[in-house]
Write a protein that binds this ligand. Structure first.
Ligand code: BDP
Length: 656
C-alpha cells in the first residue's frame, strides 16, 4: 500500500501504512451497507449510532475494519486509524466508535480578495484568486485533507468585513473551483454576504430587507450561487457592526435581515450564520452588554436555518474573559461558538500559546441556566436545549507561510480547534499529547517536556499581557503590543483606558450593580459569585470590579504588588519555556529546534516589553514602588509610548 498523507502534524510526516499493519493482515474499509454478512455478524453494530459522519474501527480476527454509513464517515475513520497508529496505539484489539456532536465545524477565513488577511499572521491568503479557477494549487488539496483529518466540514472563504464582489460571477466561478476541491473531503464552502450587495453589485437603491426587490435580488443571487456550487453551505454575515451595513440602516432588525437571507437559501438546504458581534459607538452602555441586549429579545424569532454566531467572550477574543452570557440565554435559537484561532490578541504568530486551554475553559464554564452542569459545551452542541442544528467556528490562523500558521506550534491550535469542534467535551491535555505524538514523536521524554509547556503557555500570556481580569490593553488598530495609555477621543470603546479605568484610586471595570451591572446578564448563581469579592475568581477580578491599589488579594499581597508580580510571573514562564525547549534539543530535528527557539526569544523580549510598559504606565496612578522580584524597567514610559508599528501585519488600512 502506498504511504498516505494525513494530519500527522503538518510537518509532513508520511506514514507507510503497510509497515504499521501486522504482516499478512488486511485492512477493510467499507460502508456498513456493503459489508458482507460475515463481517456484519462479527461486528454486531447498530449502524444508526454512526449517523452521517461517524465511524467504527475494529480489529476482527487480525484484520482491521473501518466502517461507516457514508463516504465521509469512512474518510474520517481512516484518518483516525492512521492517527491512532502514529500515536502508538496497539491495533491488536483495537476498537473505536466516534461521531461528531457538533454539526457545523467551520473555519472562518478573514481573507480579502487582494490576498491580505485581516488579523492574519501567516503570510498572505492561500486563495490565489487571480489564478483561479484554472490553476489549482496543491496547497488547496493539502488544506482540505488536513482539515478533513480533524473533522472540519465547512470553510467560509472571505472576510466578515465583506466585499460584495465575491458574489459576482467572476468570483463565484473561482469559489466554485475551490468547492470542487474541498467537496471530496466533506468540506462545504460558505461565503460572507455584504448586506449592501444589492446596491453595490445589483444596482438597487436600497438594501432594505423588507423591500420586495431586495428580497428578490437575494433569491436570484442565491439561485445563481447554487448553480455554481450545488452544495453551497450558506452565508456568513457581519451586519451593523463596526461600520458594516445591515438591516438597522433601514430601521429593521437582525431578525428581518437574517430571515430574508434564510428564505433565499432554505430551498437548497443552506444556512445563514448571523454574527452577534455588535456594539455601537452611539450606545453609551458598557460594550460588554450590547450584543446580549440586542439579540436576546429576539430569541425564537429567527428561521430554523439561522444560527447566531457568538464570540466566546463579551468583549473581543481577549487572552482571558468570562464566557459570553448569551450562551444559555437563547434557548430557542441555535448559538454557534466563534473562537479566534489566529492570535490577534495573543502575540500574533511569534508567541507560543496553546489555545485549546482557552477553548476548554470557555466550553467547560457552567452557565447554570438549567441548574448545575449547564455548560457552554452543552449549549454549543445543542444538547442543553435540544437543538436540531449546532456549530462551532474558528477564525483561521492559516496563510501561505511554508509552515501554514506562522509559528509551528500554532498548528496545534488549528488541530485542537478541530478536535474540540468535533467533540466540545475533549480535554486540552489529551489534545496536547496527541498533537505532540502526531507532530514530533512518541518519545516519552519529549512528551513529558512539551506537554506541560503547551498546557501552561496560555496562562503565561495572560500573566504578561492581561493579568487579574484586565483586558484590551492592546495598542489600538494593529493590536501589537502593550498600549494601556491609548485614549483617542474618537471612539471610547476602542481605547484601553475605557477598559482598565486606572486612576489614583485604583483599577478595573466595575460591572457590578454599582457600575454597568453587566453581571445581570449571567444567571443568578454566577452574578452572585462574580459580584462578591470574596467569591469572584481572581482571574476575573478586574473584569468585574474596580478596586483600590491597596486592596488585599487572596495571597495577602496588595493589588499593586500582586499585579506587578503577575506580570513578572508571565515573563518567568516564558524563560521556563525556553529552558524546556533547550532540554528537548537532542530529541527533535535541528531546524525545528532553531525555528522555535528564535520565536521563543522574540516571545521573551515581548513579554518583558508588556511587563515594563504596562507597569510603568499603571505606576503613574498607583504611585507605588515595584515589589521585590520585579526588575526595574530598563527604559522609561515615554520610550514605550513612542513605539509605532505602521506595518504591523493583519491590519485593515482604514483602521490605522
Ligand atoms: C475584532 C478585529 C476586527 C474584526 C472584528 C470582528 O479586530 O478586525 O473585524 O473583531 O470580529 O477583534 O468582526
Amino acid at each position: 500500500m502506498r504511504s498516505i498523507w494525513v494530519y500527522l502534524g503538518l510537518l509532513n510526516q508520511k506514514l507507510n501504512f503497510s509497515d504499521a499493519m501486522m504482516k499478512d493482515n488486511s485492512l477493510v474499509v467499507a460502508k456498513v451497507s456493503s459489508l458482507n454478512e460475515g463481517w456484519s455478524l462479527k461486528l454486531g453494530l447498530d449502524s444508526e449510532k454512526l449517523g452521517k459522519e461517524g465511524f467504527y474501527i475494529k480489529t476482527i480476527d487480525g484484520s482491521v475494519l473501518v466502517t461507516a454509513n457514508t463516504d465521509i464517515g469512512l474518510l474520517y475513520g481512516v484518518f483516525r486509524l492512521l492517527q491512532s497508529i502514529q500515536a502508538g496505539h496497539d491495533l491488536k484489539d483495537f476498537q473505536m466508535l466516534d461521531t461528531p456532536t457538533v454539526d457545523l465545524r467551520m473555519l472562518n477565513h478573514w481573507d480579502n480578495l487582494d490576498r491580505t488577511v485581516e488579523r492574519g499572521y501567516a503570510g498572505f491568503s492561500l486563495w490565489n484568486w487571480q489564478k483561479l479557477p484554472e490553476y489549482i494549487d496543491q496547497r488547496y488539496i493539502d488544506y482540505a485533507r488536513a482539515n478533513a483529518s480533524i473533522g472540519i466540514n465547512g470553510t467560509s472563504l472571505t472576510n466578515v468585513n465583506a466585499n460584495a464582489l465575491v458574489l459576482t460571477p467572476m468570483y463565484l466561478e473561482k469559489a466554485a473551483a475551490l468547492a470542487n476541491v474541498f467537496r471530496k473531503y466533506g468540506i462545504k464552502v460558505y461565503l460572507t454576504a455584504r448586506f449592501s450587495a444589492p446596491m453595490e453589485i445589483g444596482g438597487l437603491e436600497t438594501a432594505d430587507p423588507l423591500n420586495a426587490d431586495v428580497q428578490n435580488w437575494w433569491i436570484q443571487k442565491t439561485r445563481e450561487i447554487y448553480k455554481w456550487i450545488p452544495d453551497f453551505g450558506g452565508f456568513l454575515v457581519k451586519a451593523n457592526s463596526e461600520g458594516q451595513p445591515g438591516p438597522r440602516n433601514y430601521g429593521r432588525t437582525h431578525v428581518d435581515g437574517a430571515n430574508m437571507l434564510a428564505k433565499a437559501v432554505e430551498p437548497y438546504g443552506g444556512v445563514v450564520i448571523w454574527r452577534a458581534f455588535v456594539y455601537s459607538e452611539e450606545d453609551e452602555t458598557d460594550r460588554a452588554k450590547q450584543a446580549y441586549s440586542e439579540f436576546v429579545p429576539y430569541d425564537g424569532k429567527f428561521m430554523d436555518n439561522v444560527l447566531v454566531q457568538v464570540k466566546n467572550d463579551p468583549i473581543d477574543f481577549q487572552p482571558r474573559e468570562p464566557f459570553h452570557p448569551m450562551f444559555g440565554a437563547m434557548p430557542e435559537t441555535p448559538l454557534m461558538m466563534e473562537f479566534q484561532i489566529t492570535q490577534e490578541y495573543l502575540g500574533f504568530s511569534s508567541h507560543l500559546v496553546f489555545l485549546p486551554k482557552l477553548f476548554e475553559e470557555v466550553l467547560q464554564s457552567d452557565t447554570y441556566v438549567q441548574g448545575k452542569g449547564s455548560t457552554v459545551a452543552k449549549v454549543v452542541d445543542g444538547s442543553l436545549h435540544d437543538k436540531s442544528i449546532s456549530g462551532m467556528a474558528g477564525v483561521s490562523n492559516i496563510g501561505n507561510d511554508l509552515n501554514w500558521t506562522g509559528h509551528p506550534f500554532a498548528q496545534a491550535n488549528w488541530f485542537g480547534f478541530g478536535r474540540l469542534a468535533w467533540n466540545p467535551e475533549a480535554k486540552a491535555s489529551d489534545i496536547a499529547e496527541e498533537w505532540i505524538k502526531l507532530t514530533y514523536s512518541q518519545n516519552q521524554e519529549l512528551i513529558d517536556l512539551l506537554k506541560p509547556m503547551l498546557l501552561d503557555s496560555r496562562e503565561a500570556v495572560v500573566n504578561y499581557m492581561n493579568p487579574l481580569g484586565l483586558h484590551h490593553l492592546f495598542d489600538t488598530g494593529h493590536h501589537y503590543g502593550s498600549g494601556p495609555w491609548v485614549n483617542n477621543p474618537g471612539r471610547p470603546d476602542w481605547n484601553p483606558t475605557y477598559y482598565h479605568n486606572a486612576d489614583a484610586n485604583g483599577i478595573g471595570f466595575d460591572r457590578t450593580t454599582t457600575g454597568s451591572n453587566a453581571l445581570e446578564q449571567y444567571s443568578k448563581e454566577l452574578a452572585e459569585t462574580f459580584g462578591n469579592l470574596r467569591t469572584c475568581p481572581e482571574e476575573y477580578l478586574l473584569w468585574f470590579h474596580h478596586l483600590p491599589w491597596d486592596y488585599t488579594l487572596n495571597n495577602g499581597n496588595t493589588l499593586w504588588d500582586g499585579l506587578a508580580l503577575k506580570y513578572q510571573e508571565g515573563v518567568e514562564q516564558v524563560s521556563e519555556m525556553i529552558a524546556t525547549w533547550e532540554n528537548a534539543r537532542n530529541i527533535i530535528a535541528d531546524n525545528q529546534y532553531k525555528e522555535v527557539k528564535m520565536l521563543l526569544d522574540i516571545q521573551l523580549k515581548e513579554a518583558k516589553w508588556w511587563r515594563d510598559a504596562s507597569l510603568l504606565y499603571f505606576q503613574t496612578f498607583s504611585g507605588k514602588e515595584l515589589p521585590d522580584g520585579v526588575p526595574k524597567p530598563k527604559k522609561d514610559l515615554e520610550y514605550y509610548k513612542s513605539l509605532k508599528f505602521p506595518f504591523a501585519p493583519g491590519i485593515r488600512p482604514q483602521w490605522d
